[in-house]
Design a protein around this ligand. Structure first.
Ligand code: UDP
Length: 243
């Protein structure tokens, strides 16, 4: 581990090479950022929690025929993944209006969307992750129309699976962000993470709009009890999966 080459350090994770060029090691950090890294902090134990939640959900999605880059966890905050080329598009799926959708459209927070909304954002910190249109995606040559259709289909399938899974955990999946990668054989794989850092999760056992928040909005909005919320999500997910 100590002699492994660091390939990339992001806001929440560090990526290392391994002896096998087909395999990379992701180390999840406790560092938390929001508003394009203008707000910074630490969430104690977050690295381990997000790694374990992602591993559990990726393994479960794999069993539902969703291909992912996940291999295994050599340490609680470390994940071995298949090397993929990440597509520079953040795919956001929304079931309920919240966050930037409300800010940009005026829709009231909490409005249930008749059909899940799939949106694409350009993965570029420099540009502030702007919302993309289909034509902009093709203009920038980010993916082909066929690949985009495949991404949308997989994103909707993942949403269907996760929505019913979280429902069983008494958690409402409001919205979440996915990233995809392409492996050496040109297969599309779900990549990155699915965790309280990348999802909006509302506790169905709480009615109050602040108490119900179980995700990074607790950090973004200084609601407190951030660690507890992340731990509670982990516990419910692992219990539901009987892990
Ligand atoms: N999201 C993310 N990374 C980003 C931007 C958004 O994981 O760089 C997630 C976010 O946690 C939420 C969903 O994508 O679950 C939709 O985020 P939104 O566009 O509403 O942006 P925000 O309100 O967080 O600025």
């Amino acid at each position: 581990m100590s002699q492994a080459a660091k390939l990339y350090e992001g806001k929440a994770k560090i990526l290392y090479a391994t002896a096998d060029p087909e395999i990379l090691l992701t180390v999840y950090k406790d560092d938390a950022t929001a508003f394009n890294a203008q707000k910074r902090g630490q969430i104690k134990g977050k690295g381990e929690i997000n790694c374990q939640i992602t591993a559990a959900l990726f393994a479960w999605l794999g069993s539902k025929d969703i291909p992912t880059h996940y291999l295994d966890c050599p340490e609680p905050n470390q994940m071995r993944v298949k090397a993929v080329e990440i597509i520079p598009i953040e795919v956001v799926i929304r079931n309920i209006a919240a966050g930037s959708l409300c800010r940009q459209t005026g829709l009231p927070e909490g409005k249930i969307l008749a059909t899940p909304l799939v949106e694409y954002y350009y993965k570029s910190d420099e540009l502030g992750d702007p919302l993309l249109t289909r034509d902009r995606i093709f203009l920038l040559d980010l993916v082909t129309p066929e690949r985009l259709a495949e991404i949308e289909k997989m994103a909707r399938e993942i949403n269907k699976n996760l929505q019913s899974f979280f429902d069983k955990c008494k958690i409402t999946l409001v919205d979440f962000k996915l990233e995809f990668g392409i492996d050496r054989q040109q297969n599309l794989l779900l990549a990155d993470e699915i965790s309280p850092d990348t999802c909006r999760l509302w506790d169905q056992k709480q009615n109050d709009p602040q108490s119900r928040v179980m995700d990074k909005d607790r950090f973004r909005k200084d609601l407190g009890q951030v660690e507890n919320a992340y731990q509670e999500v982990q516990q419910r997910v692992l219990t539901q999966l009987k892990l």
